[in-house]
Design a protein around this ligand. Structure first.
Ligand code: ADP
Ligand code: ADP
Length: 218
């Protein structure tokens, strides 16, 4: 369970997140939707303890990220950032994350299998396609077998096959009773992936609720 309570983030001259409140329930895929610059990444970074709020709180299972006893076993995240070192082999990238977070080494082969990269584990990341990089990022997020998965813009630039794979994967993850928060500015590409939506624009929540209710009457 993720709870965001009256969260606000001011940068030097903008208010990226403005009094945002929502909850993300287990067993559902929640879409965090809004145009570029709406405040999605800023919100996710505060949930993940990477930025501190100007005011308000983001809680995971009732705790701030930094207070979690086993952060990677609780939350896995794919962020919209640079990603792994291009010269590194995929398997070494995952081994390094597992080792530095004291996660069992056997998880590396397991997550590579789950994301469909078992055939390319020794290839260097620079030779990976965008779709393969997204899968590798998801594999890294899965190393701790987390209850909660947070993905920032995972379908950006993916072909239909890649988008389909992410959809199936996230639907299955949520169906197993876990919590999935998926951010995107691509409403149509994500509409049949999500159960609930939280729509943000210019830092403020525009609407939230089950997709069927939010889209009724539009
Ligand atoms: P802040 O102290 O405002 O939170 P950060 O330390 O996060 O700033 O980022 C440092 C600088 O990088 C910011 O002042 C800003 O100029 C720039 N910057 C980083 N990310 C962005 C972004 N998404 N949009 C605009 N500027 C950015
Ligand atoms: P989204 O993820 O929805 O595209 P962001 O959270 O990245 O939105 O950005 C929200 C707003 O805050 C944008 O106007 C962006 O330029 C600004 N912003 C984000 N990070 C920084 C930063 N570190 N410094 C200054 N401005 C930032």
């Amino acid at each position: 369970m993720i709870e965001v309570l009256q969260l606000t983030k001011h940068h030097r001259n903008t208010t990226a997140v403005d009094d945002v409140t929502f909850a993300v329930r287990p067993g559902r895929v929640t879409g965090f939707l809004g145009p570029n610059g709406a405040g999605k990444s800023s919100t996710l970074r505060m949930i993940l303890g990477l930025d501190s709020p100007s005011s308000g709180t983001a809680l995971i299972d009732g705790m701030r990220y930094r207070e979690l006893r086993h952060p990677l076993r609780t939350v896995g995240a794919l962020l919209d950032d640079a990603g792994p070192v291009p010269e590194r082999r995929a398997i070494d990238h995952l081994r390094w994350i597992a080792q530095s977070n004291r996660l069992p080494g056997r998880r590396v082969a397991e997550v590579l299998e789950v994301v469909g990269l078992a055939h390319a584990t020794r290839r260097r990341v620079r030779k990976y396609s965008l779709g393969m990089r997204q899968r590798l990022g998801i594999a890294a997020a899965l190393l701790g077998d987390p209850e909660i998965l947070i993905l920032d813009e995972p379908v950006n630039g993916l072909d239909p096959e890649g988008i389909r794979w992410i959809r199936t994967f996230l639907r299955d993850y949520a169906a197993a009773g876990r919590t999935v928060l998926l951010s995107s500015h691509l409403m149509t590409e994500t509409a049949d992936t999500v159960d609930d939506v939280v729509v943000i624009d210019r830092g403020r929540i525009v609407t939230q609720g089950p997709l069927v209710e939010v889209t009724a009457g539009h």
